[in-house]
Design a protein around this ligand. Sequence first.
Ligand SMILES: [Zn+2]
Length: 346
Amino acid sequence: MNGHIHGPSFDRVIDALRSVAVESTSQSGEWTKFHCPVPTHGKGRGDRNPSLGVKYDPRREKTIVTCFSRCDQDDVLGVAGLRVRDLFDRLPDRTPSTYRPLRQHPPAPSTPAPHRTSTAPADDLGEVTGPRRRVATYTYTTVGKDPVGQVIRYATPHEHGTAKDFSQRRWDPERQGWVAGGFAPVLYQAPIVAWAIAEGHPILVCEGEKDVDRATAAGYPATCNAAGAGKFRPEHAEQLRGASHVVIVADRDLPGFQHAAQVYDRLQGVARHIDVMHTASGKDLFDHLDAGHDINDLRLIRPDQLNFVRQDPARGGTGPRRPADMPHGDRTGWPGRQDLDWGLDR
Ligand SMILES: [Zn+2]
């Protein structure tokens, strides 16, 4: 980084590019240089040069991204998970008064900020009030810790909350770089999963990476699949083969219980003991732990209580009904399993 004054868009763009492209150690004038990460750069032969330049234009309060070998700006932004609006410190004049640059004037909220990202449809959130920002990057690896893919989480501030969305990219071993798109169905935190299976510790299966990170930080081996509810594939189940005890933590909404049923069904004959639980408070495990609850406060759901999300009557399915029919765990804790050894330090 050189000594010029930069706006927030510059940091955002540099941060995004650093995780998908190799930064050049030499600067040329105002330009910060990268090896261009676009897969088709140089007819697919890659960029030895480095050809990608980034600089800040203080007059227009925007960041300029240019591949000097003339890759499309859209392709460069796409690989880095950026949108055109991310190039601007502030949104163009179409949305005038609602957005103020974050660094200089953090908006004083008139109501308490929402505790977590809203899952409400974007149109309930009001106007966009700031740029979409990358807020987390979750790396999926093999059991041997080789990179496989990443899920990138974005947040876009709105008047009444924050919209979240995700993108994926896969590791290309040939190019030693990330390529936009989905990746092989490995479990999140695969090395921890393999270790917990080998050591006989229980494993939590959550719906998202945020829950998993919260759980492992609190000392509980945990995992999930990429892309959330409904995407737990037989390949994911296979990676749990031999687990002594899998605890599925259902998010407390219809997709959450449907997901839990899918995971439960796919783990039959794979894991020795499977429990389905839901949170004592909040929607997901993150909320539950954040509210000060312990893992032993999770509430046990009987497997037949998941029938309301199953469509197939042959499997006891009654089909989805009203949200009020959502199962409610009638007891907390683990019958006969009060002192589970989770293995991780805490
Ligand atoms: Zn290029």
